[in-house]
Design a protein around this ligand. Structure first.
Ligand code: SDX
Length: 393
């Protein structure tokens, strides 16, 4: 009687854009960056080399990688006023909110790299973001701990520098654990890009209006913070800790998920695209075991995670819905073993995803044919009707 039209449209799943950066086959569980399989890159490459591949399209020569690394090294410091701005945030502010605000502010401090048409400025904003995001992330962590920050040490590599700024203190020398550095470098590789996911589509959409790179990435960071997207790695840890607190009863938890009690989900499971085992999750699972052993960490939550996975992979409820572990299921256990607090897990995801966001934004700016068009909708609201005065409603 209200004239609403009801259409049974289901979920309209259409390709949002063309891209030559990342290929995913969700049914076969395949992921490739610029044609290179993710398992080969995770095993043989480094985060900066993969970042170069994603952004420029080819694996770098030794000299190209050295130049890229050196250019990033020269930009790891923050403007002193930006450092002060970071100090002004509340101590209990979520680091992802601080990260997004600080990246947006970069555009106010570095106005000589806002152009989207001047190639040198696009390159400068690329390098500044790659260099400064880890510094901002480390400072956000220090602020939340009420601890003093450390300036970057440019004798160190990007990951080592980040670990030192995060866990080091001015009063003492900090030795980076090579096992931790290699594991974090590999995790950054695994997160580096993932075609048109929620946060990458956000970066592209904001950039499609010709907003500058800093603003587009700031929007992507916020999109990533949601618990159904990048926030899932923290949510997995909370879920495992709850199960542990309740006496490790995995079967009771699984029953709650199947009964959809209070909307509870098996966090770290399921994926919009992968209807098979997320290839990244398989690599992280192998690494989790090795890293925790190498660090001498015996975390009961790892055992719960493995039992939870075993139960879910053999249960019809999850099999019918093609729910498998995704990249977030095991990463939190490694981050926790490395000493990161839970609210920094998604910040680590953002550092890893940054080269992918930059690559996708640059591709869209350089080749308008890869632009995400203005999304349309299927209108299911009221049909045309005439205005009625208030006293006649
Ligand atoms: C990331 O897109 C990307 O590439 C993202 C990402 C990247 O690298 O950028 O891979 C990173 O975001 C990984 C996903 C992290 N999120 C989580 O782990 C949160 C838990 N997962 C769910 O929220 C869910 O699986 C999604 C959102 C990830 C995907 O949802 P789908 O595949 O679209 O499935 P759906 O929401 O349409 O649900 C289908 C059915 C439903 O049951 P019925 O209504 O049919 O009975 O599956 C159920 C859902 O209730 N379901 C789950 C579930 N996920 C889906 N049930 C329990 N636990 C889950 N995790």
């Amino acid at each position: 009687e209200t004239g609403n039209v009801t259409l049974d449209v289901g979920f309209v799943n259409t390709a949002s854009c063309k891209s030559s950066i990342t290929y995913i086959d969700g049914d076969a569980g395949i992921l490739r960056y610029r044609g290179y399989p993710i398992d080969q890159l995770a095993e043989k490459s480094t985060f900066l080399e993969v970042s170069y591949l994603l952004i420029y399209g080819e694996l770098p020569s030794t000299s190209e990688l050295a130049d890229f690394t050196e250019r990033i090294r020269r930009h790891t410091m923050l403007h002193e006023d930006l450092k002060d701005l970071l100090q002004a945030f509340p101590r209990d502010a979520h680091p992802m909110s601080v990260l997004s605000a600080a990246v947006s502010a970069l555009g106010t401090f570095y106005q000589d790299s806002l152009s989207i048409t001047d190639r040198d400025q696009v390159e400068l904003s690329t390098i500044r973001l790659m260099a400064k995001l880890p510094t901002i992330a480390a400072y956000a962590h220090k602020k939340s701990q009420g601890q003093p920050t450390l300036y970057p040490d440019n004798q160190l590599g990007l990951v080592e520098n980040f670990l030192r700024m995060t866990f080091g203190f001015p009063a003492e020398d900090y030795q980076v654990d090579p096992v931790v550095a290699r594991a974090l470098d590999q995790l950054f590789i695994l997160h580096a890009d993932h075609e048109q996911n929620c946060s990458t589509s956000t970066v592209r959409l904001v950039g499609s209006g010709q907003a500058n790179l800093f603003g587009s990435i700031s929007a992507g960071i916020h999109a990533l913070s949601g618990p159904l997207h990048g926030g899932a790695n923290s949510a997995v840890l909370s879920m495992l800790a709850d199960i542990h607190r309740s006496g490790d009863d995995v079967d009771t938890f699984v029953k709650k998920v199947k009964n959809k009690e209070d909307g509870v989900k098996l966090m770290g499971f399921g994926h919009r695209v992968y209807k098979n085992y997320d290839p990244r999750a398989a690599i992280v699972k192998k690494s989790a075991d090795a890293v925790l052993k190498a660090m001498g960490v015996d975390d009961p939550l790892l055992d719960i995670a493995m039992r939870l996975e075993q139960v879910a992979l053999t249960d019809d409820y999850f099999i019918e819905r093609k729910l498998y572990p995704n990249v977030d299921f095991y990463t939190g256990l490694i981050y926790k073993a490395m000493g990161f607090p839970t609210d920094m897990f998604t910040v680590l995801f953002a550092i890893g995803r940054l080269p992918g966001w930059i690559a996708q934004w640059r591709e869209m700016i350089e080749d308008p044919a890869t632009k995400i068009g203005r999304p349309r909708q299927i209108y299911v609201g009221a049909t045309e009707r005439d205005y009625v005065a208030a006293d006649a409603r």
